[in-house]
Design a protein around this ligand. Structure first.
Ligand code: PLP
Length: 431
């Protein structure tokens, strides 16, 4: 028996069930992945016991000889993984997560009530890029700063750079944020840099979703033109849950100290040293030819899945994908994302409902987001994703029939109508 099994059987048993769930079903959440056992081992190591506020060589606690070695190695590997010259770029590896990395970056770059522009959440942006509704400021990035989100073009689903440029000339932002959580095309960093320069604004790229692709040259390189780049470490990068903040070093605005001080002491306390060690392990893996091959396969799989669904007559946002995910617009089928997510859950396919630009009801969005990183880690290739596309097609067809049987658009009627639908158990068994 393991120590956990001995000490706390309840938690042990739940972990075993979750482990089984993760590996027995089809994991298609675009922001999730399976870390390696080596990453897990570092993450669960005794480094979790240590306090180390400060930076390597300048800590507020004693006993940090080995912690300093870990953090220095992690910083070095982060720069190597993204092919950065240490004289031009530095990195802070202490953020607990992507959201705290972004809040620290905002704290470093602008002052309270300064203006920022990020991609609107219904257009595929993240909460921390200034999300607010017409009624409410929701994220600290809109509560503490003045936000004017930009959108994708309603016809094409691609960022409307012309409108962004026009709005920026009225709003005059101090910061433009690019990057998103549900954006399937690549970014025009040159255009964004030009718009930022018109207003002396900083340009921040949040590459949380695509960082594994960026490191493998499978996506445009934001480091050429941005001032600061943030990322999570647990999506396409396939590491533990955390965040990184890269900053340009050779400038007269001292971004290095501003970013480091924003992380600690402004936004956080003691670093999670076990996580930093696990990030270091992940970044060593990212720098290998095997990882580059993995990132290539992630994209090839997403393309294969997109093409297969389009061939079946379905509508995808931007009619395809340039990265690791697709956004499936279910509105032409008169189905909501929640209902398709529900059927998929019942048959052990994990996806998430997602808003599609133009949605009016944010609680019941009109599409689903599907990503290939996790199943690609399980060695899935294009032909496996053809099978996945068939399962997804069947799930959607089941959702349509159940909706008809329910006789109403209400979710509770839909769930009731799922009872005794034989195709659900048949599909579950096949998955
Ligand atoms: N930035 C982007 C683009 C994201 O998609 C996410 C999470 O999904 C985050 C930041 C926040 O990361 P976390 O959930 O680790 O706080």
């Amino acid at each position: 028996n393991t120590p956990l099994q001995e000490e706390d059987k309840e938690i042990y048993d739940i972990i075993q069930k979750e482990k089984y769930r993760q590996f027995s079903g089809l994991e298609l959440i675009a922001s999730e992945n399976f870390t390696s056992l080596a990453v897990m081992e570092a993450n669960g190591s005794p480094l979790t016991n240590k306090y180390s506020e400060g930076l390597p060589g300048a800590r507020y606690y004693g006993g940090n000889e080995y912690i300093d070695q870990v953090e220095n190695l992690c910083r070095q590997r982060a720069l190597q993984a993204f092919h950065l010259n240490p004289e031009e770029w530095g990195v802070n590896v202490q953020s607990y997560s992507g959201s705290t990395a972004n809040f620290s970056a905002l704290t470093a770059l602008i002052h309270p009530h300064d203006r920022l522009m990020g991609l609107d959440l219904p257009s595929g942006g993240h909460l921390t890029h200034g999300w607010q509704t017409s009624k409410k400021k929701i994220s600290t990035s809109s509560i503490y700063f003045e936000s004017m989100p930009y959108q994708v073009n309603k016809e094409t689903g691609i960022v409307d750079y012309d409108q962004l440029e026009k709005n920026a000339s009225i709003f005059r932002p101090k910061l433009i944020i690019c990057g998103g959580s549900a954006y399937v095309q690549d970014w025009d960093y040159a255009r964004l840099r030009k718009i930022a320069d018109q207003h002396g604004a900083y340009l921040l790229a949040d590459i949380a979703h695509i960082s594994g692709l960026v490191a493998s040259s499978e996506a445009n390189n934001p480091f050429e033109l941005c001032d600061v780049v943030t990322t999570t470490t647990h999506k396409t990068l396939r590491g533990p849950r955390a965040g990184l903040i890269f900053f340009r070093r050779k400038r007269d605005d001292d971004l290095e100290n501003r970013v480091n001080n924003a992380v600690f002491p402004s936004c956080q306390g003691g670093p999670h040293n076990n996580t930093i060690a696990a990030i270091a392990v992940c970044l060593k893996q990212v720098a290998t030819p095997e990882f580059r091959q993995y990132a290539k396969q992630v994209r090839a799989n997403a393309k294969a899945l997109a093409n297969a669904l389009i061939e079946r007559g379905y509508k995808l946002v931007t009619d395809g994908t340039a990265n690791h995910m697709i956004l499936w617009d279910l509105k032409p089928l008169k189905l909501t994302g929640s209902k398709v997510e529900k059927i998929c859950d019942m048959v052990n396919i994990t996806i998430n409902k997602n808003s599609i630009h133009g949605d009016v009801n944010m609680v019941s969005p009109g599409g689903v987001r599907i990503g290939t990183p996790a199943l690609t880690s399980r060695s899935f290739k294009e032909e496996d994703f053809l099978k996945v596309s068939e399962f997804l097609h069947r799930a959607v067809q089941i959702a349509l029939r159940v909706q008809e049987k329910a006789g109403s658009k209400m979710m509770k009627d839909f769930v009731m109508a799922c009872q005794d639908v034989e195709e659900i158990s048949t599909l579950k068994n096949e998955v």
